[in-house]
Design a binder for this molecule. Structure first.
Ligand code: PEP
Ligand code: MN
Length: 348
């Protein structure tokens, strides 16, 4: 159920409604919107009635949430969620720079697939910043198909990422692949990425939900939209309200690309959720030549952010070189994106 509080409701009224819901055996999840505060009452609704909920002081309306995902649903929060990543929340070499997702501005998270070394990541961080990127991405823990492939530099890679943030001010997005590593990665990162292979790793989702750091949740390569939104729900209900979605391509019969970039997912998700929806044309296509056109298409169809793999020398990249842009190509693309963003009422 959703409790919509009266416009201008006080802190005391919110606290009272939360207390009353707990007494009734429901878990309150409060969202402070621009105009209204709403409280999602999560749990077995048979413990109460909508009349009982409507009688709580300060409550204007009580509505059911019909979608199976509750906290992720637009039924709960019809206006987009806007939140920041960065701002010095992490513990190692924090930087005060932050970037907002979900607003008019479309941030670009760029960087190599993997942290390969100190010089590489610091060099690429400066280069993508210069080209207009607003955050730095690179994996220190890599989920690889083969155990013989490069697995990432682990904590050493996180140290280099923190140095790159210190040098450039770019907030860091990096992947976490096990629940036990969440506190470690959160010490260094401004945003934790949960990759496509882990979208339904429910223990990882719960651990991310317990973390104070925002989460970038990629779509599972064989997940339906509903399964994807329910994965986000795991994180939200565990207490972390800063979740970003990201379409990164799905597995189909098509073999001219690495993945089929299901771009209709972007506007479809935005019909169903208030969470920011990003797009990753690098993994979405797997082909360097397709990244630029599909980035522009992502912006045109409403993406709230873009993820692109960029490397100083893509041919020599240890991972995902075929879907990685050079710094020069990335800089050119950033310029080309601006008019596309403006055409759909956004900025970059
Ligand atoms: C990545 O971002 O490098 C990555 C491994 O992504 P995905 O989980 O989408 O394959
Ligand atoms: Mn990659």
């Amino acid at each position: 159920m959703i409790l919509v509080l009266r416009a201008g409701s006080t802190k005391e009224e919110v606290a009272h409604a939360e207390k009353r819901l707990k007494e009734l055996g429901l878990e309150p999840h409060t969202l402070f919107g621009v105009e209204r505060t709403v409280i999602a009452a999560i749990g077995d609704e048979r413990v109460t009635t909508s009349e009982e909920l409507a009688s709580i002081a300060g409550v204007e309306r009580v509505l059911p949430i019909l979608a199976p995902y509750k906290l992720a649903s637009k039924e709960l929060m019809p206006t987009p969620s806007v939140f920041e990543i960065g701002g010095g929340e992490c513990q190692v070499k924090p930087h005060k720079n932050k970037v907002a997702f979900g607003g008019t501005f479309i941030p670009v998270i760029a960087g190599p697939c993997s942290v390969e070394g100190r010089t590489q990541i610091i060099e690429v961080a400066h280069a993508v910043k210069e080209a207009g990127a607003t955050a730095l991405r690179a994996g220190a823990f890599k989920p690889r198909t083969s155990p013989y492939q490069f697995q990432g530099l682990a904590e050493e890679g996180l140290e280099y990422l923190a140095e790159a943030r210190e040098a450039t001010g770019l907030p860091i997005v990096t992947e976490v692949i096990t629940p036990t590593d969440v506190p470690l990665v959160a010490k260094y990162a401004d945003c934790l990425q949960v990759g496509t292979r882990n979208m339904q790793n429910f223990l990882l989702l719960k651990a991310c939900g317990a973390s104070p750091v925002p989460i970038l949740l990629k779509r599972g390569m064989s997940a339906t939209l509903e399964e994807y939104l329910l994965a986000a729900e795991y994180i939200l209900v565990a207490g972390n309200k800063r979740v970003m979605m990201c379409e990164r391509g799905i597995r189909t019969f098509e073999n001219h690309v690495r993945n089929t970039f299901a771009l209709a997912t972007v506007p479809a998700l935005k019909e169903k959720t208030h969470l920011p929806v990003l797009a990753d044309p690098s993994h979405g296509t797997g082909k360097r030549s397709l990244i630029a056109p599909m980035t522009k298409a992502s912006i045109a169809c409403g993406a709230d952010g873009i993820l692109i793999e960029v490397h100083p020398d893509p041919e020599k990249a240890l991972t995902d070189g075929a879907q990685t842009m050079s710094v020069k190509e990335f800089a050119k693309l950033m310029k080309e994106c601006k008019p596309v963003a403006e055409a759909v009422g956004r900025t970059m």
